[in-house]
Design a protein around this ligand. Structure first.
Ligand code: DOR
Length: 441
């Protein structure tokens, strides 16, 4: 494995509270040294990434995506999805169990792990079902699944509607020291939605129920893909009361509204649905005040056939890995969130939700596995789904001009994605101070 030198970038690591100009050295798969840009490069032969004008940060960690294998390989595979994720700057992705068969047993989890090890481009951590077959009727063998090293439990795509079953799932997850990632959708309401109030109540009813259950049980509940102002407010209050709760928002819920649906049709169909500008503003407020802990893509690839249906029958979901950073950078460029906040929500914060048992993630501290993302914050490009690595071309962003692009992704010290056409960085040193040297401890 050739050592890598990432030269002259702005190094931002919210975990270490680092924001400085410097060189990052990777040797033997780990972060080996951080030096000031003026320091002399040590002898040796390096793979050099010119990062002048670029941001260098920990590899992104996605706590919520769909890789579709086993069972729906025409939509995505672990190979195609993890390659798309690498292109999007992700080095760790957590995949949801709504596959066929669902990931509700040691065998299915072992299968995903073995494919990830042989065909995956980055770290793939499976999340297992809460209930057998995701049917919401009886609990899966959560103890066995925990022994198989799943990182969380979820019936994502469906809610465990039986409240007592959900309470028992929380008790078990607490004993096992793992979170539940909670898809909140009261199907008895969402089935016949006619009004916006109905639509938001479907989400908020279950957010409210599960806050109460988390309070009663003490379990760590992670609310998936929140989308409404009311959910933000419920979670803010729950956190104030010390309830063990975390939450995520997706790039699409943070940047798009329901107003695009008439134009983009099923490409803008997602679950939960896109909401109003007021909801988007509340989500951004929640990111900024810490109510929303992380950003997760909910990358949900589908075939053209699944989307080319009438709206009600079309599959919900957006293929999100390859546009996540750029669409979120729009929030930074328009001054709605700080660059450091964005990076924290994609790196150090999701790493906190994943137990240390799975390695020290979301940081570029000297000595840790070298998972690094290099991106140009200002580069403009036009989304063209023909060039997606994901099999899922389903996005309302096709043809859109975005600003911010991943230039290289390094996983375990290996450059797993590199946009060679762009490695001619302009020097944009600004007024940042140089990095204080850090050596291997
Ligand atoms: O839009 C969505 N797509 N939301 C979900 O909860 C599930 C996902 C999928 O699996 O396609």
């Amino acid at each position: 494995m050739k050592p890598v030198l990432i030269k002259g970038g702005r190094i931002i690591d919210p975990d270490l509270n680092t924001d400085c100009l410097g060189n990052l050295f990777i040797t033997g798969g780990v972060i080996s040294e951080l030096t000031d840009t003026d320091s002399v490069t040590p002898n040796g032969s390096y793979e050099v990434i010119n990062a002048e004008g670029m941001i260098v940060c920990p590899g992104f960690v996605d706590f919520h995506c769909h890789l579709r294998q086993p069972g729906f390989e025409e939509k995505e595979t672990i190979a195609s999805g993890s390659r798309a994720a690498a292109k999007g700057g992700f080095t760790t992705i957590c995949c949801m169990p709504n596959t066929n068969p669902p990931l509700d047993s040691k065998e299915t989890i072992d299968y995903v792990k073995s494919i990830a090890a042989s065909e995956g481009h980055i770290r793939v951590l499976p999340i297992s079902c809460i209930t057998r077959g995701r049917k919401g009727e009886e609990l899966a063998d959560m103890e066995e699944l925990a022994e198989s090293n799943v990182i969380a439990f979820s019936d994502d795509g469906d809610t465990v509607m039986d409240s007592d079953l959900m309470r028992r799932a929380m008790e078990r997850s607490l004993a096992l020291g793992l979170p539940i990632s909670d898809h909140c959708e009261d199907k008895s309401i969402s089935r016949g939605i006619k009004t916006r109030e109905g639509a938001t109540a479907a989400e908020e009813n279950i957010v409210g129920r599960d806050i109460l259950l988390a309070q009663q049980t003490g379990a760590h509940i992670h609310i998936a893909h929140i989308s409404t102002r009311g959910s933000v407010e419920l979670i803010r209050r729950a956190k104030e009361q010390g309830i063990n709760i975390t939450t995520e928002a997706t790039p699409h819920h943070l940047t798009l509204t329901q107003d695009i649906v008439p134009e983009y049709g099923t490409m803008a169909k997602v679950n939960p649905p896109l909401r109003t500008q007021s909801d988007v503003a509340a989500l951004i407020g929640g990111l900024n005040d810490g109510t929303i802990d992380i950003i997760a893509t909910d990358h949900a690839p589908h075939t053209d056939k699944d989307k080319q249906k009438e709206f009600a029958a079309a599959a919900p979901g957006i293929s999100g890995f390859e546009t996540a950073l750029a669409s979120l950078m729009g929030l930074v460029h328009s001054g709605q969130i700080e660059l450091k906040t964005l990076i924290a929500k994609l790196t150090s914060e999701p790493a906190k939700i994943i137990s240390d048992r799975f390695g020290r993630l979301g940081t570029i501290e000297v000595g840790v596995s070298a998972d690094v993302t290099v991106f140009d914050p200002d580069l403009e490009w036009t989304v063209n789904t023909e060039y997606f690595f994901s099999k899922g071309k389903n996005t309302p962003l096709n043809g859109k001009k975005l600003k911010g692009k991943v230039i290289a992704t390094i996983y375990n010290g290996i450059i797993v994605y590199r946009d060679d056409s762009l490695l001619v960085g302009e020097v944009k040193t600004g007024s940042l101070r140089g990095c204080a040297p850090q050596k291997r401890r």
